[in-house]
Design a protein around this ligand. Structure first.
Ligand SMILES: [Zn+2]
Length: 349
């Protein structure tokens, strides 16, 4: 039976109630990728203009896996252990080797907060590019541009006519010695760096010649995060094929979970590469220690160090987070299974 208030009054009360719950606040509306990144949509290299449906699909999938592990991790540190919390701790122990009842990796929370628009990065709203070509090579002997944005970490007092090499001596020294001796002389045998101008940010970056100034140059690269500018930038390489991986979490190529021992790692879609890059932004670390499950859990040596990955390295390793997030997401999607071992295991078994 209808109440004695008019439908207009009723709607007004609903609106009041919703407002009280903050339901009308923009904060609780769905976050868009453009809320958290400055997405390059103007013409020119790296423009996302032709890729916005893919960008949004990658963001949707990345947000889906980011949203699950936070609840898992928070539950895991509450007082007392029941079965579900024990399972949660197994996830953390597998992917980060965190023994119960230690705290969860704070970066999981920070990644989620960033993706939900609740946290900003110290270096400002990061740029998002779709493909390379957003930096233009310049000469070391060129005069430094007067319209350059000056960064805290570089020499600020330069006069008109100052050459690039005089300002960016650290990068130039590697270039100079490498050229002089025909090979890199420093311990890491770094290739010579060349300066590139980023018109969008009015800043320089420095890259080895073999990159061609293009983070997507290597066809195996799905994306790249760069820290040389402020704000930082993420480049998504849509032109590259993803090494046969499924494109989205909803990809029909991904078999449904119907039995035990189905692998988490083969369910790693290309789209959640964005989550991997966001973890780089959250930790501020550009290093990848391991991509494979076997390396993350220490069954095989890290491809970067040649040794078993350590706890400290796992806490910085984006793919550890990506696989953890995917495993917990799968656990939520398939209530009869847990995935903390890197494979489906029946809860009833
Ligand atoms: Zn990476």
């Amino acid at each position: 039976m209808m109440s004695n208030i008019s439908s207009f009054q009723f709607l007004a009360r609903v609106a009041q109630f919703a407002a009280a719950l903050n339901l009308l606040s923009p904060l609780v509306q769905a976050v868009k990728i453009t809320d958290i990144f400055t997405v390059k949509t103007s013409a020119g290299g790296g423009s996302c203009n032709d890729y916005m449906p893919q960008v949004e699909a990658w963001f949707k999938d990345s947000l889906a896996i980011a949203s699950v592990p936070i609840a898992v991790a928070s539950n895991a540190v509450k007082d007392g252990f029941d079965n579900s919390i024990q399972v949660d701790m197994e996830y953390l122990a597998t992917y980060f080797r965190i023994p119960p009842p230690d705290d969860e990796p704070a970066n999981l929370k920070r990644a989620k907060a960033f993706m939900q628009g609740e946290m900003t990065l110290d270096k400002g709203k990061p740029w998002l590019y779709c493909g390379g070509g957003w930096a233009e090579e310049v000469e070391w002997t060129a005069e430094v541009r007067a319209d350059r944005e000056i960064q805290e970490n570089s020499q600020e007092n330069y006069n008109h006519g100052t050459k690039l090499w005089e300002i960016f001596l650290g990068y130039y020294t590697v270039y100079y010695w490498t050229r002089l001796h025909g090979q890199a002389i420093n311990l890491e045998e770094r290739p010579p760096f060349f300066p590139w101008w980023v018109e969008d940010m009015k800043q320089y970056i420095f890259l080895p010649a073999d990159t061609d100034g293009n983070p997507c140059e290597s066809g195996a690269n799905l994306a790249s995060t760069m820290f040389q500018t402020a704000p930082w930038s993420v480049t998504l390489c849509f032109g590259n094929d993803g090494l046969g991986r499924p494109q989205l979490l909803s990809d029909p190529k991904i078999d449904p979970i119907t039995e035990e021992n189905q692998l988490v790692s083969v369910r790693r879609s290309v789209s959640i590469t964005l989550y991997h890059e966001i973890i780089h932004l959250i930790t501020g670390s550009s290093v990848d220690f391991a991509y494979d499950f076997a390396q993350i859990v220490g069954q095989e040596p890290s491809f970067t160090t040649g040794e078993e990955i350590t706890w400290d390295q796992n806490i910085l390793n984006p793919e550890s987070y990506t696989l953890f997030a995917l495993a917990t997401y799968l656990g939520e999607q398939h209530a009869d299974y847990v995935f903390w071992s890197g494979q489906s295991k029946s809860k009833s078994a």
